[in-house]
Ligand binder design. Structure first.
Ligand code: NAP
Length: 170
């Protein structure tokens, strides 16, 4: 059985990692979709698809399960989005999402859709990690070490602070 999990991973955090590992233990192969792949350089979506791929692949290197990482750009056509996803990914049997729109679109196409359980949602959330980066608060313990390394390599913390400044100035 192959599972499909889609998220924006802005950035990948410890809650995501727990979900990925749990799902990987339920399926034979996992497809990790990088949603909104075209987006980057905003305070909500600071990291490029390539940077998010690095975060995922470096983090999962120490785990032994088969997975694919597929960047998926948004399209302004929800009614055909599932077909579009199917055209980009290996075939899958079950979808994992907490997003009501994603759930609706896949249920209408008769997929089994499961909602992953979230852990320590107060801290393990993409928006919390981004907020802490902007405010200069401690965030590194909320993400895998490999993600810290990628964000340091691309100077991501300063990027999101500069983006926040320019957002405020607009
Ligand atoms: P999202 O809708 O942007 O994220 C929604 C929020 O849900 C995030 O705050 C996320 O937290 C949180 N979340 C993650 N897992 C959850 C869970 N199990 N239960 C409750 N909340 C959860 O994006 P997404 O759901 O992460 O990814 C969906 C992607 O599909 C997006 O990129 C979206 O644009 C794309 N999409 C595109 C189309 C189209 O192109 N027409 C249609 C449908 C969906 P974290 O930030 O901590 O992850």
């Amino acid at each position: 059985m192959r599972g499909f999990l889609i998220g924006r991973w802005q950035p990948l955090h410890n809650g995501h990692l727990t979900i990925i590992r749990e799902i990987a233990s339920e399926v034979d192969e996992l497809i990790i979709g990088i949603g909104s792949a075209q987006r980057s350089h905003t305070t909500k979506d600071p990291f490029t698809a390539g940077e998010r791929i690095m975060m995922i692949i470096k983090t999962l290197k120490k785990y032994d399960f088969p997975y694919y990482v597929i960047p998926i750009k948004d399209i302004e056509f929800n009614a055909v989005w599932v077909s579009y996803v199917e055209a980009l990914t290996p075939p899958f049997d079950v979808v994992y999402t907490g997003n009501p729109l994603v759930r609706e679109l896949f249920v209408e196409r008769d997929y089994i859709v499961k909602k992953p359980k979230l852990y320590n949602r107060k801290e393990y959330s993409g928006s919390e990690v981004r907020k802490r980066m902007i405010n200069g608060e401690e965030w590194k313990h909320l993400v895998p070490k490999e993600v810290v390394d990628v964000i340091c390599e691309i100077d991501g913390e300063n990027r999101i602070r500069r983006l926040n400044k320019s957002d405020c100035e607009v």
